[in-house]
Design a binder for this molecule. Structure first.
Ligand code: AMP
Ligand code: MG
Length: 412
């Protein structure tokens, strides 16, 4: 297949990659992982009715016609239990989180009292039963499923896991990812500067995109445009769950990636998608490895990663929200576009009273990686668009942050 629309290519990819197996992880190391099992509550919380405020436990009927003077019978601290029953005309001082004593049915804040003496308190408000009481089991009951399998572990989820004393549990495994750059012209990071060469940035930009998903990739290095050498490198890459190769995927004389991976038994599923940048994207798989042939141009490879590799990696790790979150923004200036393919333009978002405003990051040449370095979003321009005017409302995918959404929400 070739010249697929972005959405079709994304669907084909997601249908071709499976969620990986599970592995146990300690709670303290689980941030960013996805739960592979339901987590249940191990107790009722709160275990009994507790006060939500520092104040006084009262019988609401006693303060129905304020002001009301009540006898103070004891003080209940959080962590210790009441020893007395609150009877008509009585109250007890109570701290946030402490158990509400028998007889009392409401809590009145310290702020709503007057003239607190050693053994009496004057109340100046009336309250309904249940006022400032957190009922027992409000948070959870023993045996409740508090977190479902498929939940992404955020700091809030870690708090819940600690609450139910889940010290270790199963999460989905992370894919093992290998990264390979190809091209005779490439100069490795540790090689001396040669004006005739092009520094290899793809290895590291893609590495960082993978790391941002919590995966530590293996860097295979640079393979020259020589079928025998390329095959050796590709062979090593095929030992991983995911192989990301950049360069050599277009139609040039020395673009050997496609024939070589096919020779090594990779089933080609598609090559070329209707996006700009990122047209020469190749996708194939073997029984155990999915292979992405990313375009060589640095911006193209990064954009292709965002649109096609990122959702696949997140799917493998059990995430449900696979796609970058989108926002609608107002264009600050006109933008020339070329119809025919879905365009991903690097942009900067600024927040104004009227919502987000969007500016492009300057030249959109696929070779100018600074356009990507400055960007905090990708503006998605539908394939049928013939140009955008200042003030137009556009869709922008956020590149930063850890917010993802279930569906791709842009018109292509
Ligand atoms: P290719 O698809 O191999 O024809 O590469 C297209 C363009 O991307 C060429 O100008 C390459 O020099 C450049 N390129 C390819 N791989 C890399 C890389 N790893 N880092 C930086 N630029 C690259
Ligand atoms: Mg090349």
């Amino acid at each position: 297949m070739e010249n697929l629309k972005a959405s079709v290519a994304q669907r084909v990819i997601l249908e071709s990659v499976a969620i990986l197996g599970v592995e146990p992880v300690k709670m303290e190391q689980s941030l960013g992982r996805v739960l592979a099992e339901d987590i249940k509550a191990n107790r009722n919380l709160p275990p009994y009715d507790v006060s939500a405020m520092d104040g006084f436990a009262v019988r609401s009927a006693d303060v129905a016609n304020p002001p009301a003077m009540l006898e103070l019978i004891e003080e209940i601290q959080a962590g210790s239990l009441p020893t007395k029953t609150v009877r008509a005309g009585q109250c007890a001082r109570i701290m946030t989180g402490a158990a509400v004593p028998q007889g009392a049915d409401a809590v009145i804040r310290v702020e709503d009292t007057k003239a607190i003496a050693a053994n009496s308190v004057q109340f100046v408000v009336s309250v309904k039963p249940g006022n400032f009481i957190r009922p027992h089991g409000e948070h959870m009951h023993t045996g409740d499923i508090v977190l479902k399998a498929g939940t992404e572990i955020t700091p809030g989820v870690i708090g819940v896991l600690a609450t139910v004393k889940a010290a270790q549990f199963n999460v989905y495994r992370r894919p093992r990812v290998a990264i390979l750059s190809t091209g005779n012209e490439l100069e490795g990071l540790n090689e001396p500067v040669d004006p005739n060469k092009i520094p290899d940035s793809n290895t590291y930009a893609v590495m960082a995109q993978v790391q941002a998903l919590g995966i530590e990739p293996v860097l295979l290095g640079i393979a020259r445009d020589d079928p025998a050498e390329l095959e050796q490198y590709l062979q090593r890459g095929l030992e991983y769950d995911v192989l990301l190769v950049s360069g050599g995927t277009s139609m040039g004389e020395y673009d050997y990636v496609r024939p070589c991976i096919e020779k090594l038994g990779v089933k080609m599923i598609f090559w070329r998608v209707l996006t700009r940048p990122g047209h020469p994207l190749t996708f194939g798989k073997t029984d155990k490895t999915v292979v992405f042939g990313l375009p060589g141009y640095p911006v193209s490879s990064m954009v292709s990663f965002e649109e096609f590799v990122l959702p696949a990696l997140r799917h493998m790790m059990g995430n449900r929200n696979l796609h970058r979150r989108t926002v609608i923004a107002r264009l600050a200036h006109a933008v020339k576009t070329q119809p025919g393919r879905t365009e991903f333009i690097r942009v900067l978002l600024t927040h104004t009273d009227a919502g987000y405003t969007v500016n492009t990051t300057g030249t959109q040449s696929s070779g100018v990686l600074l356009s990507m370095a400055r960007a905090d979003g990708l503006m998605v321009v539908p394939a049928d668009c013939t140009g955008l005017a200042e003030g137009d409302h556009v869709t922008v995918q956020l590149l930063d942050g850890s917010a993802f959404q279930e569906k791709v929400c842009y018109k292509e």
